[in-house]
Design a protein around this ligand. Structure first.
Ligand code: NCD
Length: 308
């Protein structure tokens, strides 16, 4: 595996291998000295052209715990704000002898494009509304720890599907692992063309949260991505919450102990009520620590070649 650009790059065996490595990496988190020598002498650059808290720090810590040298470049403060092209910025950074390039960019396809320009291994940390493969891996890994195998388990993904790369990577990952997936959104936030896609990929769609929740073995709430919306997709925040939010009343529709996921950042009170975000069955913070283990596993598989 040279790059991780899309869940489509991974076979089910490769996902299983990543999960196995992630389980070992998870143990490192509870050690007093959180350091493995695996990537000593390797350099990883995090290039984030969009805001991020958890994904960027997670990749940074993951690289550091594996003993790589990690450098952060963000759009603000880089030469792109002086008019330099993405290609020139990336080639400049890679001319310094970079082994791994973790990139987040607002344009769908940016990571793939960058991988064609450089020799370094490229990890897609989110490209526009397209994909976010490490998020899907950490979500599936977290759910497996709670549900055992995902085979035949029913996962409901609810929220702003149109603007969500998390959803696009997750349907691929979860269906690959044998889960039954139902995606739920208001008609205005259901991606156009989802009918033929869901039929081909084998997942279901619904506009009715209250019908789906009682049948779910896991629930994944998605953020309303206002920064990607050019117009009004729903009449008011209140109406969104009433129609599609995981409210206190809707919590009661769930089977007991159904894990509640959210990739973060959460809009509390909009797509998820505090009662749900802080419920005993919420796995939101566990997703964050699993994310670190998954990113360590990904960097390890991509960069710890035989000569490392
Ligand atoms: C997601 C993203 O950036 O796509 N967040 C994340 O990586 N933790 C989802 C979001 O921003 O809503």
């Amino acid at each position: 595996m040279k790059h991780l650009l899309s869940i489509d790059d991974l076979s089910t065996d490769e996902i299983a291998q990543l999960f196995e490595t992630a389980a070992d990496m998870h143990d490192v988190q509870s050690r007093e000295v959180k350091k493995l020598p695996a990537l000593r002498g390797r350099t990883v650059v995090n290039m984030f052209f969009e805001d991020s808290t958890r994904t960027r720090s997670s990749f940074e810590i993951a690289g550091k715990w594996l003993s790589a040298d990690v450098i952060n470049v963000s759009a603000k403060g880089s030469s792109t704000s002086k008019g330099e092209s993405l290609r020139d910025t990336v080639l400049t950074v890679c001319a310094m002898g970079v082994d791994g390039l973790v990139i987040r960019h607002p344009a769908s396809g940016a990571a793939l494009q960058v991988s064609e320009w450089v020799d370094a291994s490229v990890v897609n940390a989110g490209d526009g509304m397209h994909e976010h493969p490490t998020q899907a891996l950490l979500d599936a890994y977290t759910l497996q720890r709670h549900l055992g195998s995902l085979e035949g388990r029913h996962v409901a993904i609810i929220g702003d599907l149109t603007h969500s790369r998390v959803f696009r990577s997750n349907v691929q990952c979860l269906t690959k692992l044998g889960a039954r997936v139902t995606v739920v959104a208001p008609p205005t936030l259901m991606p156009s063309g989802i009918g033929p896609w869901s039929a081909a990929a084998g997942f279901e769609t619904s506009y009715d949260v209250d019908a789906v929740l009682p049948e779910a073995d896991a629930v994944m709430m998605l953020r309303v991505q206002r920064e990607r919306m050019s117009g009004a997709f729903f009449p008011s925040p209140r109406e969104y919450t009433v129609g599609y939010g995981l409210t206190r009343n809707r919590l009661a529709l769930l089977k007991p102990d159904v894990p509640i996921c959210h990739p973060g950042p959460m809009n509390r009170g909009l797509e998820i009520a505090a009662d749900a975000a802080d419920a005993a069955q919420s796995v939101v913070l566990e997703q964050v620590s699993s994310g670190l283990a998954i990113r360590m596993a990904v960097l390890y598989h991509l960069l710890a070649g035989e000569e490392a």
